[in-house]
Design a protein. Structure first.
Length: 378
């Protein structure tokens, strides 16, 4: 073995350093997080074992390709296989493959870190993370890990890491699906809307739904008096007290105007599709918050725990700013729950009106919109 290898202390040190970077950016907490972290860690250990310990890949390929690629030798430079294959004679650390790897590795760690900041803020308020990197794709942290590993493969590929990469991509895809099932149970329709707009791994430019009733095909739908009244429920909420600090209809609920309009659009369109499918056999109107009840109860339970934590902080005379920060987080979480409850109420009104139909249905929705307007004014 040459003096470029057998450096096991360097292999351990570099592995520990790169794993520490990953932990500090990713902040694993759950069992699923640690599974993702363990896959990345195994990749890093395999990489640096060959980089500084035993060059297994070079030994296996040298006898087969050594005559065709003389640079493929058991030296540190010879371990950069892509450079060997293209005959790169200069410093391997400034080759096109290396330069591209720097971008991928740095970009991957940046994506993991920025995504964690968005997740942390969302967890504090009990909301669904949809801003920052999460406005472009649903799993930026998993993509970040894959970018880091792809960067190392560009820089110094080995047989073990080339085999591990697609396996880890499959593992991350499974973890992502498991995570999505859990989030869907917590956030209900909010998750469904988000997943419909944002892809899992392929970044897309965030697109806001335009206000106003929109048909399934994107064209202006045919409307009747009941549907127009359903739309008016959201419009009333947005027009009353529009100049409040939260830019919405109520002082207590703090609902953004665009969110209310989109919520009303979703419920109206969903009920229109259901009516078209079941026109011959009208269904009985649904009551309560059945479709999203579980998600609301989970979020309220989390809020209850936050309130208990605030109580303990006050009892223990914690620093006032810390208490106010937690109070602000609870307030935002309650606002998010209020939006979900209001959306469920609007859906309930639309369901009743569609089941009844005609002028009576329009009257029911007008009565509901008037009640909401009175609530807002109070």
């Amino acid at each position: 073995m040459t003096q470029d290898y057998g450096l096991w202390s360097l292999a351990v040190l570099n592995s520990a350093l790169m794993i520490a970077f990953g932990v500090s950016f990713f902040h694993p907490r759950t069992r699923r997080d640690w599974r993702a972290m363990s896959g990345y860690s195994a990749f890093i250990v395999a990489l640096f074992t060959e980089m500084y310990g035993a060059p297994l890949t070079v030994y296996l390929l040298a006898g087969w390709l050594g005559e065709r690629f003389p640079a493929l030798q058991a030296t540190h430079s010879g371990g950069h296989l892509w450079n060997d294959l293209i005959g790169w004679q200069a410093d391997p650390h400034v080759s096109p493959f290396h330069l591209a790897s720097y971008v991928l590795i740095g970009g991957g760690f940046w994506l993991i870190a920025v995504a964690w900041q968005v997740l942390h803020r969302a967890a504090q308020t009990g909301e669904l993370a949809t801003s920052g990197p999460y406005g472009w794709l649903r799993h930026p942290q998993y993509l970040g890990f894959l970018l880091v590993m792809a960067g190392w493969l560009l820089q110094r590929p080995t047989i073990p890491t080339l085999v591990m990469f697609p396996v880890l991509a499959w593992v991350y895809a499974r973890l992502a699906r498991s995570e999505e099932r859990e989030v869907a149970g917590d956030f209900g329709s909010a998750w469904v809307d988000y997943a419909a707009r944002v892809r899992a791994y392929k970044p897309v430019r965030p697109v806001l739904a335009a206000p106003g009733p929109v048909g399934v095909s994107g064209q202006e739908p045919e409307t009747d008096s009941a549907e127009l009244s359903a739309w008016s429920c959201g419009a009333i909420l947005c027009s009353t007290h529009a100049d409040t600090p939260l830019g919405c209809a109520t002082h207590g609920l703090g609902i953004a105007r665009q969110e209310v309009l989109m919520a009303t659009t979703r419920t109206t369109n969903a009920q229109r599709r259901a009516r078209a499918d079941d026109r011959a056999h009208p269904a009985e109107p649904a009551h309560g918050y059945a479709p999203t009840k579980g998600a609301h109860l989970k979020r309220l339970a989390r809020i209850e725990g936050q309130v208990r934590g605030i109580t303990r902080m006050v009892e223990e005379d914690k620093y006032c700013i810390d208490v106010l920060t937690q109070v602000s987080a609870v307030t935002k979480a309650l606002q998010a729950v209020s939006l979900g409850l209001l959306e469920a109420h609007i859906a309930h009104c639309v369901a009743d009106a569609v089941a009844v139909g005609g002028d009576e249905g329009a009257a029911k929705l007008k009565e509901a919109s008037d009640a909401i307007a009175r609530l807002v004014r109070s």
